[in-house]
Design a protein around this ligand. Structure first.
Ligand code: NAD
Length: 235
């Protein structure tokens, strides 16, 4: 791994052992909700209160959990490699708290809120910012309502140019904890492979895009990844 250009993509599975529910597993986050009701621009238009309360609950939960050994292993990999890019589909801040310094949050972040009028984002995580009432921005002359700074289904993921640049030129592409259902993230493994990269998967079970990987490690990321990182760094 040393001397190579390495890109890592993480999904909800890396935060599962921290206590944040995944998206599609049996007891997943979305079990009690329909995607269309809480994670689309149409839902925000139709029932902003339901959407707001859903994300405020996620934001409160984030304060109660901490990073696990898989987040920490990726921070160690970043600190040891010269050319390393971490892309996450996760909206939590566990990579930051696990010690990663540079993270592309392609689906947005829970920590920040976005002004509906100006589009400006601010970190809003104080106790008053975590209640169920709508919040208003500090950026406009006439304060406007803020929305979750989340990429909803039907919206364009963030920093895609940067992501495709990294994927197109990497030597190794590693995916951790992602079911391969949500595009464009799910297409990155095949894009990396087409561009000549070695593709590696760490996931609890075989995802639907399992055939895109040269090397597959099935099991819990918190148990497997620290050992793999040690092995990769020793090679
Ligand atoms: P997903 O829920 O669709 O898939 C998670 C994958 O992780 C599954 O294949 C599962 O088998 C695997 N997994 C579960 N526990 C694991 C563990 N301990 N170790 C390794 N793998 C494990 O998630 P996704 O592919 O990231 O796509 C879902 C979307 O939902 C993303 O867009 C993401 O933004 C969002 N989401 C984010 C969070 C978060 O920020 N923590 C949580 C839920 C959903």
């Amino acid at each position: 791994m040393r001397g190579k250009k390495v890109v890592v993509l993480t999904g909800a599975g890396i935060s599962a052992e921290s206590g944040i529910k995944t998206f599609r597993d049996n007891d997943g986050l979305w079990e009690n909700y329909r995607i269309e009701d809480v994670a689309t621009p149409q839902a925000w238009q139709a029932d902003p209160e339901l959407v707001w309360k859903f994300y405020q609950a996620r934001r409160r939960q984030m304060k109660e959990v901490g990073p696990n050994p898989a987040h920490e292993a990726l921070a160690r990999l970043e600190s040891e490699l010269d050319d390393f890019t971490l892309i996450t589909q996760n909206v939590d801040d566990l990579h930051e708290r696990g010690g990663s310094l540079s993270i592309i949050h392609m689906h947005g972040r829970l920590e920040t809120l976005r002004c509906e009028k100006s589009g400006q984002i601010e970190v809003r995580m104080s106790d008053e910012d975590l209640e169920d009432d709508f919040l208003f921005c500090n950026c406009c002359a006439e304060s406007s309502r803020v929305r979750p700074d989340i990429v909803w289904f039907g919206e364009m993921p963030m920093q895609m140019d940067e992501i495709y640049d990294a994927i197109g030129s990497c030597d190794v592409f590693i995916v951790v904890g992602s079911s391969g259902h949500v595009y464009p993230a799910a297409g990155l493994a095949s894009a990396a492979r087409l561009a000549g990269a070695q593709t590696i998967l760490v996931n609890f079970e075989m995802p639907i895009n399992g055939y895109d990987f040269d090397e597959v490690h099935l099991g819990k990321a918190g148990e497997i990844l620290p050992k793999l990182v040690e092995k990769w760094l020793a090679e």
